[in-house]
Write a protein that binds this ligand. Structure first.
Ligand SMILES: *Cc1c(COP(=O)(O)O)cnc(C)c1O
Length: 395
């Protein structure tokens, strides 16, 4: 299989909705990827944040093939064991409530938005406050909540009733709130928006206000969930419990699955027939999700995140002091951003040439979402490549 041939086929037959560059990848193992010429790369962005256990973790590939032989899919009007068992695991790791399963991040967000609308229906409340620089997905509902003109403009008019506040500012939220507001949706740490963090006090104030006014607090944990930030879910850092939260990226460690988790108090809002997903919560997807929880626990993944968090933090602090072109380093767990004073679009192709896969978002922000089970030595090796690339390009 020649890389050139594949690229030609892409050009001819695949819609050009993505900018693609670099080689053709054919194999992955742990934090490594191999291209069609046999060259090996360190992957600091496995599956866009999906590959929390790296590529083709042996326990994930094993459970996938075993379950595929047993039962792949049955519809949601029939019982199978694994949907209930996975829901139990999610609830054990969060708070009392119930779970709805879908397949992708944006679908979990849609389920949350629909639940909010249904919840507000009787009182005529329907408005949802969302955050500037948020990212909630590409379908029209989730896109309406994604307050970034670059993604929204081509598709206007969008769903009505969304108000945009500044992430991290409670006053800004208050200015967007009115008596028609039914929910607020936010990422506990903004991912695509550039790894933006907010103070604990902000979340506490929001929580208190939402409870008092009977507004749903919705956390989008699609990127931050499943151990990414050093706790199973990021809200656990901040001493608040959302009413609803969404998870997806890490939940299947590469296999598509997503979930909306709903606090007990709101778990009767969506009744039979009000919402559905044909593929959502299949035996195959849920079996994998359960195994992801098992691996996180048995392989002490959260401990590894903590250790490596310190390693990245120290490394970034050191290079930030050393190089003027670095504006800021920020992150939590294994979700990190290095904000440059110059554009970083040239860093991705240059790093690729040096055998390292990273991400550049919002023009100046290098984002890293390495596998949560990455070795400290490999992490350090990749960071050194990144430093080398940056000094070459930016000095
Ligand atoms: C990736 C992401 C989504 C969208 O997920 P898809 O599976 O691409 O639909 C939504 N919210 C957050 C926070 C994400 O990181």
């Amino acid at each position: 299989m020649r890389a050139g041939v594949i690229k030609t086929l892409f050009k001819r037959f695949v819609l050009p909705t993505y900018r693609r560059e670099g080689p053709v990848f054919v194999k992955g193992k742990g934090s490594f990827l191999w291209d069609s010429s046999g060259r090996k790369y360190i992957d600091f962005f496995p599956g866009w944040g999906v590959g929390i256990l790296g590529h083709s973790h042996p326990r994930i590939t094993k459970i996938l093939s075993n379950q595929a032989k047993q039962l792949i899919h049955i519809p949601n009007n029939l019982y199978h064991p694994y949907q209930a068992l996975l829901a139990e695991r999610i609830i054990e790791n969060s708070f009392p409530g119930r779970v709805f399963f879908a397949n992708s991040g944006t679908e979990a967000v849609e389920a949350a938005l629909k639940l909010a609308r249904a919840f507000g229906k009787r009182e005529g409340r329907y408005k949802i406050v969302t955050m500037k620089n948020s990212f909630h997905g590409r379908t029209l509902g989730s896109l309406s909540a994604t307050a970034q003109p670059v993604y929204q403009s081509p598709f206007r008019p969008l769903l009505s009733g969304f108000k945009v506040a500044k992430f991290g500012s409670f006053d800004s939220f208050l200015r967007q709130f009115d008596k028609k507001t039914i929910a607020v949706i936010l990422e506990p740490i903004q991912g695509e928006g550039g790894v933006n963090l907010a103070a604990k006090d902000y979340f506490l104030k929001l929580r208190k206000f939402c409870s008092f006014h009977n507004i749903l607090m919705i956390f989008d944990e699609i990127q931050t969930g499943m151990g990414r930030t050093g706790k199973m879910f990021a809200f656990q850092h901040y001493g608040v419990k959302p009413d609803l939260f969404t998870i997806s990226k890490g939940l299947g460690a590469g296999f598509p699955i997503s979930a909306l988790v709903v606090k007990k108090k709101f778990s009767q809002v969506l009744s039979a027939g009000m919402h559905a997903s044909t593929f959502g919560g299949s035996p195959l997807a849920c079996r994998v999700g359960i195994e992801v929880f098992n691996v996180i626990k048995q392989e002490k993944i959260l401990e590894n995140v903590k250790r490596n968090e310190n390693l990245i933090k120290d490394f970034f602090q050191r290079i930030r002091q050393k190089y003027d072109f670095i504006k800021e380093a920020r992150g939590k767990g294994l979700m990190w951003a290095l904000e440059l004073r110059t554009e970083c679009e040239d860093v991705f192709p240059e790093a690729l040439k040096e055998g390292l896969i990273i991400n550049c978002t919002h023009k100046r922000i290098i984002r890293l979402l390495p596998a949560l089970n990455i070795d400290a030595s490999l992490l350090l090796a990749g960071l050194e490549i990144l430093e080398k690339v940056l000094t070459k390009l930016k000095r």
